[in-house]
Design a protein around this ligand. Structure first.
Ligand code: GDP
Length: 513
């Protein structure tokens, strides 16, 4: 049986201080409320509050080359599992016994079974072997890392020997999956490991590192705690129903649900920025030939990447370059100028430009300040109406172009000169604002669609619970909505995530991580 009290209210009840929920030991629960469902619920809560630590029994030892394929200064073969150390000592000839957290020198010998460097040429490489004893390792299992010189031949030899001695080749992401299964990392932290490896800008790396440190989990934890408390309160009410005890008045439930939603709504909103920092955006630079698209592209890229000529129609294909704008990865696409053309190569370029224009998240329309708007440009401005777009009125060094209200055809416009550089910092700022929609960076932002869906489901379940409560629906039914909210929240950190989803997540890792 489970009863809900304020923390520390009863010294003989078990205090899960992390959650603020107090759970009575089963044997001390009052007889009148000793019920099977309550015991099941207690079991659920206990599991939820104290994630299982997997024992090392029945787990095989995995091995992989953890450094990228190809040659490098060093290369690492990593082993994890109960046999990691006993297998490792058979792969190399150690000069000292393994000790937790210490790097040991070893010789990689031609013949794995010979224990010493007997003859000239018997040694293939010299390696550093580091042992991490369970549970103080990346996977929380015994881990051995053998750092040899980064020759693929030597690394493959070591890996083959490990497999011969009983290790199994690791699946992609299996080391991190083991860290998750042992409870050392939650799911958001495990996903952050992959994000950190894949980071292309420092901002992405920082974001991944903070998520790896548990920033997102910490943001969700107090909400989950309050939700568990509310569930416990209602469960207690259901148990006491026959005794006519009203433990949770309608107003109290409404108030409690009301306090759960704002932090989740804020979290959901953080996806606007988190998503673009994580995934990046593309910006298509479009306009008539000779407006200065390539020159602006080069300015934004900060080097001469696209060809600039005074002859219209010379950009025949799209040119793409990735830049980082305040840490946000932005893929710039310079396109061929849009105009009627009879020439085949130019026509092809123009078709590609239209495709790039259709695909891009953001559009920069480049106009020439010295020229009046032509039909093609009017059509273009009409086509990007309603999309995140900006107009650069280029060649502002040659002509003043008047833009009433800073807009052209309802699209925000600003003067630039790719030649003098005037207006370029303002252009960067406007592109950034367009990309982020004004959303600021904050700790523990949602970065993946999976996280966003979990929070959206939690919010919708809470809205259903609030509605049910307002309609005086019995508590058993409100509880169903609250459990749905709890499960969605739990799927974020991985406490109730199905195997299919887990496999999908970890399969996107590289081998050896
Ligand atoms: P695109 O065809 O739209 O890519 O235009 P380009 O970038 O190739 O530029 C066409 C011509 O305009 C080149 O001769 C550039 O030097 C010139 N140009 C580009 N931007 C400016 C600018 O801001 N001011 C001036 N005066 N000339 C520019």
């Amino acid at each position: 049986m489970l009863q809900w009290y304020e923390s520390n209210a009863h010294s003989d009840a078990q205090d899960y201080s992390r959650s603020g929920v107090v759970i009575w030991p089963l044997q001390r629960a009052p007889d009148s409320v000793w019920r099977h469902e309550a015991a099941e619920l207690l079991h659920y809560f206990q599991q939820m509050l104290e994630p299982d630590t997997t024992s090392q029994a029945n787990i095989d030892t995995i091995a992989a080359i953890s450094t990228p394929p190809g040659r490098g200064g060093i290369g690492i073969v990593r082993l994890s599992g109960p046999e990691a150390a006993s297998i490792a000592v058979q792969l190399v000839s150690l000069r000292q016994p393994l000790e937790h957290g210490r790097a040991r020198l070893a010789d990689v010998l031609d013949d794995a079974d010979s224990k010493a460097v007997q003859a000239e040429g018997a040694r293939i490489d010299e390696a550093l072997v580091t042992f991490f004893a369970t549970p103080n390792s990346y996977t929380a299992e015994d881990v051995v890392e053998i750092a040899a010189h980064g020759s693929p031949v030597v690394l493959e030899l070591l890996l083959r020997r490990a497999l011969d001695k009983g290790a199994r080749l690791a699946e992609p992401g299996e080391f991190t999956q083991r860290a998750f299964l042992s409870g050392r990392l939650d799911l958001t932290q495990a996903e952050a490991v992959r994000d950190l490896i894949e980071a292309q800008t420092l901002t992405q790396a920082r974001l991944a590192a903070s998520q790896m440190g548990g920033a997102l989990s910490r943001r969700v934890a107090p909400v989950k705690q309050s939700l568990v408390e509310l569930i416990a309160l209602l469960e207690a009410g259901v148990d006491f129903a026959e005794d006519d005890v009203d433990v949770a008045p309608q107003a109290e439930i409404a108030l409690r649900i009301g306090t759960l939603t704002p932090p989740l709504t804020a979290l959901e909103a953080s996806f606007a920025r988190g998503r673009i920092v994580h995934d990046g955006l593309s910006l298509a630079i479009v306009g008539r030939p000779n407006a200065g698209k390539s020159s602006l592209f080069n300015r934004l890229v900060e080097r001469d990447r696209a060809i600039v000529t005074a002859t219209p129609g010379t950009t025949r294909d799209t040119v793409t370059e990735r830049i980082s704008l305040d840490g946000i990865p932005l893929e710039l696409v310079d396109t061929a100028g849009l105009r009627e053309s009879l020439e085949e190569a130019e026509q092809l370029g123009i078709r590609r430009s239209r495709e790039a224009l259709a695909d891009a998240a953001l559009v920069l329309v480049v106009l020439d300040a010295t020229q009046a708007l032509n039909d093609e440009e009017l059509r273009l401005l009409e086509a990007v109406q309603g999309r995140p777009a900006l107009v650069a009125i280029n060649k502002s060094d040659l002509s003043e172009f008047c833009t009433p209200g800073g807009e052209i055809a309802g699209i925000s416009a600003l003067p630039t000169s790719a030649l003098s550089g005037e207006g370029i910092p303002a252009l960067r700022e406007r592109i950034l604002a367009l990309a982020t929609g004004g959303a600021a960076s904050e700790p523990g932002m949602l970065t993946s669609l999976r996280h966003h869906q979990a929070i959206a489901t939690t919010l919708s379940a809470l809205a259903d619970a609030a509605q049910a409560n307002a309609n005086s629906i019995p508590h058993e039914m409100i509880l169903l909505d609250l459990y749905r909210a709890l499960w969605a929240l739990d799927s974020l950190t991985g406490q109730t995530t199905s195997d299919d989803i887990l496999n999908l997540i970890f399969s996107t890792f590289c081998i050896g991580k």
